[in-house]
Design a protein around this ligand. Structure first.
Ligand code: 5AD
Length: 469
């Protein structure tokens, strides 16, 4: 449903509950595990965390499902579609249990937390159901599930204190990594399931975050994305989010720091100053708006008005010229009138985000909206509003990307372009995917910063030539 690449994301579709098949284990011989990940970047980071936990117990990465003793599917609950995909996927994965009944099939993450009864009913062959705060116990739970025959082993206890301190995620070699700095969420937007499936907000200790960032740098990573549901409301004792960034810019070897997703009302002047002061902190912000209508924002319990959001955008742009921005929007929230929707279109036109992730409202059991507000917008109307918004945003994105033509941008090389082995691709500081022909005689390595002169653009990609002299 998104109109473009997801911000800061290795897999452009991950935001939408698409899967990332990621063998992310260690190298010790032993049992083999395959983790399939759905949902947001935090889930990708959690899969790496599970990999780390299992790695210390001798598990290695299975190259595919066929060779796995344990298959884990790390799930997303944010929209219904993501959940339906997981059920579809589980029935597909049943074949591996048919072929080898000893295979352990586990469901982890947000859906595990939310749907444990449904899972045991709709997918009774699942052996293991593990929520986002129970990953430390994963090795024991797997053992247990081998011992019990009938019901799945379930651990979905939420834990106010669990920040997974002291653990090291298992990462494949790379240039761009994630570090979770905050778990859970205290905002309780009325549409959102996250506080229910991930529990209360907790900041990870700065020393722990520093350790992980240094570890990334030592392993050759050049970029880190700090993750949190409302990442800028981060606090740990006296350290706030701006302090944290200030601390991390000193990590040698890390060239770029990104974070996602900030919450508008927690965007302090101090944070803006910190971003403006450091080149390492990228000129890109994913700032979820959700709606342009004050009435809808209030119903969503978003804590700001459209005017306040606009002022924030202006303040950020004044202090950080050329900053790129993206956003999330929900259309078809209960009670959304044509006028409310028109105000959202107007806001997108006024703000001109570089890109946007646009969603149809999806009712989530247990949320305030599900309990108190009728999901009264016709599916067809939701669909039309979404389609029209995507179309409008595409035009805006095309214009913004076209306006980059003629500029020279610093690009961090990611690697070979997927479409053409003669091309390289990378990202600009302001998060634009950039494709350029591999220059004659030189081969910039992934992670290297090169200058690219932009000579063409689509609505999502810059095309150019590397400047070699
Ligand atoms: N329906 C539709 N979209 C949702 N999001 C979160 N909950 C819902 C829901 N119930 C969207 C929001 C959020 C993004 C991650 O997903 O736009 O910012």
């Amino acid at each position: 449903m998104s109109t473009s690449l997801n911000p800061n994301q290795a897999d452009p579709n991950a935001h939408n509950g698409e899967s990332n098949d990621m063998p992310s284990m260690g190298l010790r011989p032993g049992r083999r595990v395959f983790i399939e990940t759905y949902g947001c970047q935090m889930n990708l980071a959690d899969s790496e965390l599970m990999g780390g936990i299992l790695g210390t117990r001798g598990y290695t990465a299975a190259p595919n499902h066929d060779e796995a003793d344990v298959i884990l599917i790390n799930t997303c609950a944010v929209r219904e579609r993501a959940e339906e995909r997981v059920f579809g996927r589980l029935s597909h994965l049943l074949q591996y249990k048919h072929a080898r009944p000893e295979v352990i099939l586990g469901v982890t993450g947000c859906m595990a937390e939310r749907l444990r009864e449904d899972i045991t009913e709709r997918a009774p062959y699942v052996d293991l159901v593990v929520g986002p705060d129970a990953y430390r116990r994963l090795p024991e739970l797997i053992e247990e599930s081998q011992e019990v025959e009938a019901d799945p082993v379930v651990d979905v206890k939420l834990d106010r204190d669990e920040t997974y301190a002291g653990l090291s995620p298992r990462r494949q070699a790379g240039i761009s990594g994630w570090v979770t700095v905050q778990r859970g969420c205290d905002k309780f937007c009325t549409f959102c399931i996250v506080p229910f499936v991930r529990g209360r907000e907790r900041g990870v200790a700065p020393s722990e975050i520093l350790r992980q960032c240094r570890d990334l740098a030592e392993r050759g990573y050049k970029e880190v994305t700090l993750l949190g549901q409302t990442v800028n409301s981060y606090r740990h004792e006296d350290t706030d989010f701006a302090d944290l960034l200030e601390m991390l810019v000193d990590v040698d070897g890390l060239e770029r720091i990104r974070f996602t997703s900030p919450y508008p009302t927690d965007f302090t002047p101090k944070l803006i100053e910190t971003m403006a002061a450091h080149k390492k902190i990228c000129n890109y912000l994913h700032l979820p708006l959700q709606s342009g209508s004050d009435r809808m924002l209030e119903q969503m319990k978003r804590l700001y008005t459209s005017g306040e959001f606009m002022e924030l955008v202006e303040r950020i742009r004044e202090n950080i010229p050329d900053i790129a921005m993206s956003t999330d929007i929900i259309v078809g929230f209960p009670g959304e009138s044509d006028e409310d929707y028109a105000q959202t279109v107007e806001m997108l036109e006024k703000i001109r985000f570089d890109f946007a992730y646009l969603f149809k409202y999806s009712e989530r059991d247990g949320t305030f909206a599900a309990r108190k507000l009728e999901d009264d917008i016709d599916e067809e109307v939701k669909h039309q509003r979404l389609a029209a918004l995507i179309e409008r945003q595409e035009e805006i994105s095309s214009e913004i990307f076209a306006a980059q033509v003629g500029k020279t941008k610093e690009v961090m090389v990611v690697g070979e372009s997927k479409r053409d082995a003669n091309d390289l691709c990378g990202r600009t500081d302001d998060f634009k995917m950039t494709v350029f022909p591999r220059p004659e005689g030189i081969s910039p390595a992934p992670g290297e910063l090169v200058d690219v002169r932009v000579d063409d653009a689509t609505s999502h990609t810059l095309l150019g030539q590397m400047v070699t002299e």
